[in-house]
Structure formats: structure tokens, C-alpha cells
Ligand binder design. Structure first.
Ligand code: GLC
Length: 791
């Protein structure tokens, strides 16, 4: 039991018991087209497809005071004039009980006020663009009661950045009316620019007995959400806004509940591309049975989706994340830049990024193969004939967007994900699929990948390593740029790893030219990487200047002596030449960068003060890319340890950044983020907030933790030849079980570890028959039982 709540694993929920955790603790309610984020106080915003282009309602998560407002509110007014909210906020009338249960695809509030029990479930059905608020009220009082119920949202302007920038103009480009036939407030934001022209509604299953479209009329002169005048006075003012203004949606329902009885009704906030679609949706969800059935369908969807990988392990923290919250994070966070979270505004243009979105797709490969495939095809389309990828583009309107810097590493990530995709599906034809370059000819996906890597290889510096141009994986490195001839050691290592994977794929397609050019790149890079200018004696340098300035990640520097990524990737790319060197650099990383919360990205952090030999880093010392614990990079250290076959070390690192472990061990007040959503970073010394988590949900960590946990630690890993068994675990474990759905078969795999080793497989038995090798043979059976004896 944490300070603010607890996990309810049976129902796959996190239950929040205190209205005020250290930050809004949110959930994502979404289907593939429509998302509503919602906090423990029912704060949040809804958007259609992309948070940047389809913003329907307003929300200020944390960027200005008051935080976490507004949201999808319900006010209940009693006959004596008292007002309360089943979500506690925004009214803040004391409740006799309160609970917010964030589940997979729904958030449920259970509260009680003076004998009225409220159960409000918010969810987005699988196939309609609508947020439903399923309200159930039970009257435990001795008398019948009539409550006036008021539901409220504040409308936004679709293109999200209009809200802070062009609000003064846009507010008059809207029409908010009440439509009697639809039983709904209707909202139309008709700005001339290209975008989906959404028709928005707020409706209910019960007859609407009053409405407001105008914020001024609703709030009144005092103007607070806690107690709007219209609610206080007991009736909405029925004011429309035909010519725009301060658009909101508020509707009133009068609900009578007999003593001892329960009533149910539904509020719906949705959007379609025309009013007819809206009217149909409204009608559909007036039927409470349909609402029930759709909620069950949401739960079933999530159960089926996460079923692809389920484990029983001796460590319940890991089990909970691997089985429930990590795959959930992967899917709801799939839209990354498009998404808004409790911390990200979702206003940035260019919803898809070839680098981040490729990585997000890596875990989707098993969880939602359809989405991963579609996304990868889109990313390959945003590659130029030169081989370079656009860093960022808008998926819906299919246009590249301006980006502040050249990301020299764009080309490696699609290779990793395509390898994962083809290994998952066994559909090798995907590699031959023709996709046009952006404003260019059609070529196969295999060629796209080869061109991407050649392009990176084509720009090299004096150590024969790839040029960083502006930035590689690390977005902050551009501040060190001098003449553009700086080299990236990390990118060289990633290039080697990508070439290894591409070579295997080219082999399947019988493309000897690509195999040959991969070999050439790998050989050249390994020589370069082990040259004097790159290996620093104990570890790999990170960023090499064309001038004589000492490299970032070298002993000659006062700050930024060592960087984590070039040690991890040295191991992952198997480019160290000797095993000793691989072990040595990871040991040094542990020694210099290790903390009880995880591994720092670099050390010492840059201060720029008092001797400004380096430009002042954007982030403060100990924060994010400036020597913080960058979880995304930390996952590669976990992976590297499994490559070194050091299961105990991998296990130790892996646990450190699990959100449930971090929240529990550090304490929720220090960690501050949700215990069920991965954070992007942990602040660390010299920052005084050492241990604080930053940017939950929005992170490349999510996808890599899922891969590392399921494939490299628990060791059930799709490769091109099939499902590879390769555990690398905590040696104390006696064993564990995994169920993995792969190419239509459910594999029930029991691992036994009688000798208490970390890694190594002695025997594998498939349905009672001993097999050779460690790749499970293909089968048409629906279920297969596998026993693995480690040793
Ligand atoms: C952020 C960016 C990602 C980058 C990382 C490190 O997570 O979204 O693209 O690689 O920071 O700078």
C-alpha cells in the first residue's frame, strides 16, 4: 500500500485513494483514433487522432497554475443547494469516501456523499470517437432524492497551438449551440485551415433539462470552476454562442433516485466528421446495455492484447510491470510526440518522428502488429532518395515539418524495428515491399534500410567515424558543434549493430550486394572504433571534435569524462574486439556512473561555471541529458549486461527504473510520478532533488524496457529463424514461466533453474520431445508446452 494508492493486480488497476498525489496521476483512455487523458481528479483533455491537430477540449496539466484543470466534470446539486462532485475536484466538498481506479482503458471513480454512492466510469469504446461517462448512483438514504446533475467541458480549437497563440482570433471562429433533436450541445470550430473538420458534441442518455455554451454565463462573475454561478443557482442559463466567444459545453440532467434504488445514465463527449455520425453515436450510447457491453469489450481488448506475453516470476514487481503496465504503456504511448501527457503539452507540430516513432513501434510489433507495420511504412515514405530521413513529419496531413537540428542517427532505428517486425511475423515479403521515397521512386524496404545506413556511413570524419552533424541520439549535443566535422562514437556502434541485422535480412532476400556493403561497413567501423583516438584507456569516448579539443567522454576533460551510451553500445554492437574490453568498459560505467537509482548518462555533469570551457548545458547539472539518469539509455546498459551474460547485474539495473519499484523504494513524494507509468529520467546529484522522476508516459524507455524484460532477461526472443530461448536472469530464481503467443501458437514455457545460474540452456523439451538448438521449431499447433532446463 503506497501513500497515495495501491496496485490491484487481479483487476489490473492502480487504485488512488488520496485526491492529491504529488502530481496529477493520469490514465489514457483511447482507441486508435480518439484519446482522452484523465487524472485522479477527472482533469484532462480529449483529442481526435493527434493531440496537436485534433484537440477537442482544453486542459492545463502542469504548465500553469492552477494545475490539472479543467476536465470532464460532474457537479451534483442537492435539493438543499449543497453541491458535490463524485470526482472530488473541482468542487472539493468533503466526500465520505473516494477512490479513483485507473484500469486498462478505463478510469473509475467510486465515492459516497451523505448516503449517495456514486460510481462513474470514464472510457472510450473501441470503435467510436467518444468519451463516455457511465454514471451510476445509489440512494442509501431513507428518502427519495432528486439531484441536479451538471456536466461540463471547455472546448478547444483542434489545432492545439492555436489555443495559446491565436486564441483571441479563433474563439470567434466557433459556433456552440443546443440541438434539441440531438439532445446535445454541439460545437463547431470552423477555422479555414486544412484539418479534419470535426463536429463535436456533449450529450447525455437522459433528457437535457438545461444547457450552457458560454463560459461567462456558466461561471458567472466570480468565475470559478469550484462553484459556477449556474450550478449554485440551480439551473443552467440556456445561452448559445452562435458567433463564438468563450465556448464550453455544459448540460443539466434532473435525476430522481428512489430510496434504496440505483439509477444509471451516461454522458457522452464525442466528435464525428459530420452531424449525422454524431447523432447516431448519441443514440447508440443512450442505451445503457450498449454502454455496459462496450466497457466489457474494452476490458476484453486489453486482456487479449497483453496476453501476447504473460509471465510468472519470483519477483512480483517485475511480473506486474511485464504483464500489465509495461505493455499498456507501450500501446497508449505509441503516439509519443502526438500525445499529451501530464507533462507534455502535445502541441508540438510534426506528430511522427522517424527516430522516436521507430522505437515506439518496436514493442508494438508483438502487441499491435498492424499499427507497427503501418507506422514503419509511413516512416520509410519520409525518407529522401539520398537515404536521409526527415526527422519529423505530420502523419495525418503527410507533410515533413521543420526540425531544429539534423539527427544523424535517423537511419539506424528503422532497421532495428523492421528486424523485430519480420522476426515476429515471419513475413519476409515485407522486406520486398515497395514504398516510394518522399518525392522519389519506389524501392523495396530492404533498399530503404540499406540506403539509410549508407547515408550515415557516407559522412565520416578524421577517425573514420560517422559525423554527428547536429545531434545523434542525444538531443543536447548540438551545443558542442564547432565546424560540423565532429564524430559520434555511439552512432558508429549503432551502425555496426544495424548492419549486422540488415545483413541477416539481406541474406533472406538473397541480396549479396547489401550483404557485402554491410560487411564493409562493419569491418571499417570496428577498426575505427578501436583506434587510439576512440578508446580512452578504460572506456569509449563519446563525441570527437575535429579540432584538438579533448573529446567528450575522455579523461582529459574536467566535466563529461565518461558517457554511458558508448559503453553499452560497444557491447551491444559487439565491436570491442575482445571480451575483456567489453567487460572493462561496463565495469567502469558501473563504477563511475552507478547510483542507487540507476546509471547516470554521463559524469561529471556540465556546469559551465565557473570555468566556461564548455557551453552551459541546456539542462541543469544532474538533469536529463546533462548527467541525469536517462532511463532510455539505462535500458541499453541492462541489455548490454545480458550480452555479457551477467544476469544478476542486468536484473539489478532493470529493477532500478521500474516505476513501481522506484515509487515504493524512493517513496512517492520523492519519485512524484505515477507508480504504474515509466518515467523518462531520474534527477540525480548534483541536483538536490536526486531520486525525482521526470516525464512519465512519454519515453523511449517504455518500449526498450518491454523488449529487454521479455526478450533479453526472460529470454523469449523472436529472431528471423523463429523463437529463440535465451534467458539471462537473477541467479537466485528457481525458475519461472512464460506464455508467449507467436505466429498463432501459444507457447507455454517453463524454465527450471536447479543449479541457480543466470544464463545458459541445458535442455529444451517441446511437448515431451527433447530438441536440438535453442530456436523453437515452427508448428501449426494452437498450444505448445516447452520445458527449459537452465545450466
Ligand atoms: C528525448 C527525445 C529522443 C532523444 C532523447 C535523448 O527522449 O524524444 O529523441 O533521443 O530525448 O536526447
Amino acid at each position: 500500500m503506497g501513500k497515495y494508492g495501491y496496485f490491484n493486480d487481479k483487476d489490473k488497476e492502480y487504485v488512488i485513494t488520496d485526491n492529491y498525489p504529488p502530481l496529477p496521476w493520469i490514465n489514457f483512455l483511447n482507441n486508435d483514433n480518439f484519446t482522452a487523458i484523465i487524472s485522479q481528479s477527472a482533469g484532462g483533455a480529449a483529442f481526435y487522432r493527434e493531440a496537436s491537430t485534433g484537440r477537442i477540449t482544453k486542459y492545463n496539466q502542469t504548465r500553469a497554475i492552477p494545475i490539472d484543470r479543467p476536465g470532464y466534470y460532474l457537479y451534483f446539486r442537492e435539493e438543499d443547494g449543497s453541491v458535490w462532485a463524485p470526482t472530488y475536484e473541482p468542487v472539493r466538498t468533503s466526500l465520505d469516501s473516494y477512490q479513483c481506479r485507473h484500469g486498462l482503458g478505463y478510469t473509475q471513480f467510486e465515492s459516497e456523499y451523505k448516503g449517495i454512492a456514486a460510481n462513474v466510469t470514464y472510457f472510450v469504446p473501441r470503435n467510436d470517437n467518444v468519451l463516455l461517462w457511465k454514471v451510476q448512483l445509489t440512494n442509501h438514504r431513507e428518502k427519495d432524492v432528486t439531484l441536479k446533475s451538471f456536466s461540463f467541458v471547455e472546448f478547444s480549437f483542434l489545432l492545439a497551438h492555436r489555443e495559446p497563440i491565436y486564441w483571441q482570433w479563433c474563439r470567434f471562429y466557433t459556433t456552440t449551440l443546443f440541438n434539441q433533436d440531438m439532445n446535445a450541445v454541439t460545437y463547431d470550430c470552423h477555422v479555414y485551415e486544412d484539418q479534419p473538420k470535426l463536429k463535436v458534441f456533449l450529450s447525455s442518455s437522459e433528457p437535457v433539462t438545461g444547457f450552457d455554451c458560454d463560459r461567462n454565463a456558466f461561471l458567472g462573475r466570480a468565475g470559478t470552476l469550484d462553484l459556477p454561478d449556474a450550478v449554485k443557482n440551480g439551473g443552467l442559463t440556456n445561452k448559445e454562442l452562435p458567433g463564438g466567444g468563450f465556448p464550453i459545453g455544459a448540460i443539466q440532467n434532473d435525476i430522481t433516485i428512489k430510496a434504496g434504488e440505483t439509477v444509471s445514465f451516461t454522458i457522452s463527449l464525442g466528435c464525428g466528421l459530420d452531424w449525422e455520425t454524431d447523432a447516431e453515436m448519441i443514440k447508440k450510447y443512450q442505451d445503457i446495455n450498449t454502454v455496459h457491453a462496450e466497457l466489457e469489450a474494452v476490458k476484453e481488448y486489453w486482456s487479449n492484447t497483453i496476453e501476447v506475453f504473460q509471465a510468472e516470476v519470483p519477483d512480483k514487481d517485475i511480473e506486474r510491470m511485464i504483464n500489465i503496465w509495461n505493455p499498456y504503456n507501450c500501446i497508449v504511448g505509441f503516439n509519443r510526440k502526438m500525445s499529451m501527457t501530464g507533462m507534455t503539452t502535445g502541441m508540438e507540430k510534426g506528430g511522427v518522428q522517424s527516430r522516436d516513432s521507430s522505437q515506439d513501434s518496436m514493442s508494438l510489433v508483438s502487441l499491435r502488429t498492424d499499427l507497427a507495420k503501418e507506422r514503419m511504412e509511413l516512416i520509410f515514405h519520409f525518407q529522401m532518395p539520398s537515404g536521409e530521413f526527415y526527422s519529423s513529419f505530420d502523419g495525418d496531413i503527410r507533410k515533413p515539418s521543420d526540425f531544429y537540428a539534423v539527427r544523424s542517427d535517423n537511419g539506424v532505428w528503422p532497421v532495428f524495428t523492421t528486424y523485430a517486425l519480420v522476426s515476429e511475423t515471419g513475413d519476409y515479403d515485407f522486406l520486398k515491399k515497395q514504398i516510394p521515397y518522399y518525392e522519389g521512386e519506389n524501392v523495396s524496404i530492404l533498399t530503404h534500410m540499406a540506403q539509410g545506413l549508407k547515408h550515415i556511413y557516407g559522412r565520416r570524419g578524421r577517425n573514420n567515424l560517422p559525423l554527428i552533424i547536429d545531434i545523434d541520439w542525444n538531443d543536447n549535443l548540438y551545443i558542442f558543434k564547432e565546424d560540423g566535422n565532429e564524430e559520434s562514437v555511439m552512432l558508429a556502434q549503432q551502425l555496426v549493430y544495424a548492419c549486422r541485422l540488415l545483413k541477416e535480412m539481406a541474406d533472406i532476400c538473397g541480396d549479396t550486394d547489401i550483404i557485402q556493403s554491410c560487411d564493409e561497413i562493419i569491418d571499417a567501423m570496428i577498426i575505427a572504433l578501436n583506434g587510439e583516438g576512440v578508446w580512452d584507456g578504460d572506456w569509449y569516448k563519446r563525441y570527437i571534435f575535429a579540432s584538438d579539443k579533448p573529446a567528450l567522454g575522455s579523461k582529459d576533460r574536467r566535466e563529461g569524462k565518461i558517457f554511458l551510451n558508448t559503453q553499452s553500445w560497444a557491447v551491444i554492437s559487439e565491436s570491442t574486439g575482445t571480451k575483456e574490453r567489453a567487460v572493462h568498459c561496463m565495469d567502469k560505467a558501473a563504477e563511475m556512473l552507478g547510483t542507487k537509482y540507476g546509471l547516470k548518462l554521463s559524469y561529471p555533469a556540465f556546469t559551465g561555471i565557473p570555468e566556461p570551457e564548455d557551453p552551459l548545458y541546456n539542462n541543469g547539472p544532474g538533469v536529463r541529458e546533462n548527467g541525469g539518469i536517462f532511463h532510455h539509455a539505462h535500458t541499453w546498459a541492462v541489455m548490454a549486461e545480458t550480452f555479457l551474460r551477467r544476469g544478476d547485474k542486468a536484473y539489478q539495473y532493470y529493477r532500478q527504473i521500474l516505476p513501481n519499484v522506484a515509487s515504493e523504494e524512493r517513496g512517492a513524494d520523492l519519485y512524484i510520478n505515477e507508480p504504474y507509468a515509466f518515467s523518462s529520467t531520474t534527477l540525480i546529484d548534483p541536483d538536490p532533488r536526486a531520486g525525482e522522476g521526470d516525464m512519465a508516459w512519454f519515453s523511449g524507455t517504455v518500449t526498450w524496457m518491454y523488449l529487454v524484460g521479455t526478450q533479453y532477461i526472460l529470454g523469449v526472443r523472436p529472431v528471423l529463424k523463429g523463437l529463440l530461448i535465451d534467458p539471462c536472469i537473477c541467479s537466485e530464481w528457481d525458475g519461472y514461466k512464460v506464455s508467449r503467443r507467436y505466429k498463432g501458437t501459444m507457447y507455454h514455457i517453463t524454465f527450471k533453474n536447479p543449479e541457480h545460474v543466470s544464463t545458459g540452456v541445458k535442455t529444451i523439451t517441446v511437448d515431451g520431445t527433447l530438441m536440438e538448438g535453442t530456436v523453437l521449431p515452427h508448428t501449426d499447433a494452437k498450444e505448445v508446452n516447452v520445458e527449459v532446463v537452465m545450466g
